[in-house]
Design a protein around this ligand. Structure first.
Ligand code: MG
Ligand code: MG
Length: 315
């Protein structure tokens, strides 16, 4: 299918862009689009959304955070904080402290939203410098999962480096086996898709994810979309596998309500990697906050360039 031409005012996606950059930008912009779209209906039930919108499918802002149209929330801005820490890290190692410092700077910037587990982890780092808390039953939220895309991009050609980095960034705030399994499983699915894997490779990555943590089994779909990482992953995989277009996959996720910005963001990430930036709905791209779009474009290029080096974690 020939992608629709983008209007002149969306220079983020030039026609000549190489395919890997197109997919990576599709993933990062898709994350922000899903976040901005879903935030309007975060914490609503599917029934409340139906009653108010019919089907919610336009970026209009509002919601419990009273957002401007096109504004994103912590899902995108924590990703940007992680990306900022990684983009200029030396090729021979990523200092986890640098990531924690970037999360702390994000937190001090008074973000529009900050989940409780993220806040607790960042404050723990502030208080005692620890880069990882003890394993905690309360850490099975989706906060480490929602922000992990820059770790995938920065280590795209080195799976072992991806695993170390993805878990290290996660444990700053979340230390739970289901959070770890989600970060690795969804991260590997994103990697596979970005590197050109089609439906067969994507299915294999999803099967491996469910084998590693059977709690994530999503067929039949239980229909819950809360911030509990199991509910989030089930909703994401259900929507990603049931819908082939970016728009329908993201619309299906956010209309489940509940943690709609986060399920929307993660489905947007995966579906954006699958279709590429050139195939993103142009009304959604145009509706996204301009500065967010600029920083995402800038970071994506820098992180992909970095991934050509050998990303390892400093001891
Ligand atoms: Mg959010
Ligand atoms: Mg959320």
């Amino acid at each position: 299918m020939v992608p629709e031409r983008l209007p002149r005012e969306t220079p983020a996606v030039p026609e000549s862009m190489p395919v890997l950059l197109d997919r990576a930008l599709g993933a990062y912009l898709g994350l922000a689009i899903g976040d901005a779209l879903g935030a309007t209906v975060e914490f609503m039930t599917a029934r409340e959304i139906r009653h108010r919108f019919g089907v919610h499918r336009e970026i209009v802002g509002g919601g419990w955070l009273k957002l401007d149209r096109g504004q994103v929330t912590d899902d995108t801005t924590m990703s940007l904080a992680l990306g900022e820490a990684l983009r200029d890290a030396p090729a021979d190692g990523v200092d986890v402290r640098r990531i924690a410092e970037s999360f702390l700077a994000w937190y001090r910037g008074k973000p529009v939203d900050c989940g409780n587990t993220c806040r607790r982890g960042i404050r723990r780092y502030l208080n005692d410098g620890s880069l990882e808390g003890p394993a905690n039953d309360g850490d099975a939220g989706n906060g480490a999962l929602m922000r992990m895309l820059p770790a995938v991009l920065a280590t795209l050609h080195d799976e072992a480096a991806f695993e170390r980095l993805a878990i290290a960034q996660a444990r700053i705030t979340h230390h739970h086996p289901l959070s770890d399994a989600a970060v690795l499983g969804i991260g590997r699915l994103a990697r596979t898709t970005l590197l050109g894997g089609g439906p067969v490779e994507q299915s294999a990555a999803i099967e491996a994810l469910v084998r590693a943590a059977p709690a994530f089994r999503f067929d039949p779909y239980p229909g819950r979309a809360t911030a509990y990482v199991v509910d989030t992953v089930q909703t994401v995989l259900h929507c990603f596998t049931q819908h082939t277009t970016f728009e329908e996959a993201v619309v299906a996720a956010v209309n489940q309500g509940d943690d709609a910005d986060t399920t929307g963001a993660i489905v947007g990430l995966l579906a954006g990697a699958r279709c590429g930036a050139r195939a993103l709905p142009r009304r959604w791209l145009a509706g996204l906050d301009r500065e967010v779009r600029r920083v995402i474009t800038d970071q994506t290029t820098a992180l992909l360039a970095r991934s050509l080096g050998h990303a390892t974690l400093a001891a």
